[in-house]
Design a binder for this molecule. Sequence first.
Ligand SMILES: CC(C)(COP(=O)(O)OP(=O)(O)OC[C@H]1O[C@@H](n2cnc3c(N)ncnc32)[C@H](O)[C@@H]1OP(=O)(O)O)[C@@H](O)C(=O)NCCC(=O)NCCS
Length: 177
Amino acid sequence: MPFTLRPAVAADMAEIMRLERAGFAQAIQETEEAFAERLSAAPEGCWVLAGEAGRLYGYLCAEFWPLEQGFNPARFARNHAAADTHMLDGEEVYVSSMVVDPATRGTGWGGRLFRDALGEMFARHPRLRSAILIVNPAWDAARRIYRAEGFTEIGEIDGYFASGEGPRLPAIVMRRN
Ligand SMILES: CC(C)(COP(=O)(O)OP(=O)(O)OC[C@H]1O[C@@H](n2cnc3c(N)ncnc32)[C@H](O)[C@@H]1OP(=O)(O)O)[C@@H](O)C(=O)NCCC(=O)NCCS
């Protein structure tokens, strides 16, 4: 089924939260308040894959940061307020989250969502010239997409991801210049 990439709107919130719960273990899900704040403070970075009748098949959230040498681990805090970090004239996209509906995974839509949402942001905001993100070492599909899109690993943030009863996992930081 073909889906349409479009900017997210407030009416998408219930579907975005359904995808969030389907995408991540409870310990690392972000809150509806965090998504609503993002949509309000950084609408340029909020994208969805829309089907029919309001149903969503994916979302991608991003914000724009000033480009800095290396990276500041504090900037990647979960549930942080985009109003504190997003700068419309920033030069680097920070992709904070992405999910595809489980029923749709493995058919190329994750790669398309990532590539096309970044493509739209770079086309609409010509100051952008870099992109950064973090990924859990266990998220193989996401890591394949990021590598295929030219991202390389530039460091780690120790103990970033809670994992239920098990040990916390690091976040791998990846960047594409
Ligand atoms: C990451 C995610 C968005 C990818 O969506 P998708 O629609 O499955 O992605 P694609 O179909 O484009 O597949 C991407 C690549 O991963 C591979 N892949 C898909 N599922 C996989 C799996 N379970 N294990 C390993 N590789 C997998 C595909 O073969 C493809 O690789 P290739 O292009 O080299 O063949 C989706 O798996 C998801 O929502 N995961 C949960 C949330 C998450 O991890 N988000 C990313 C971090 S924020």
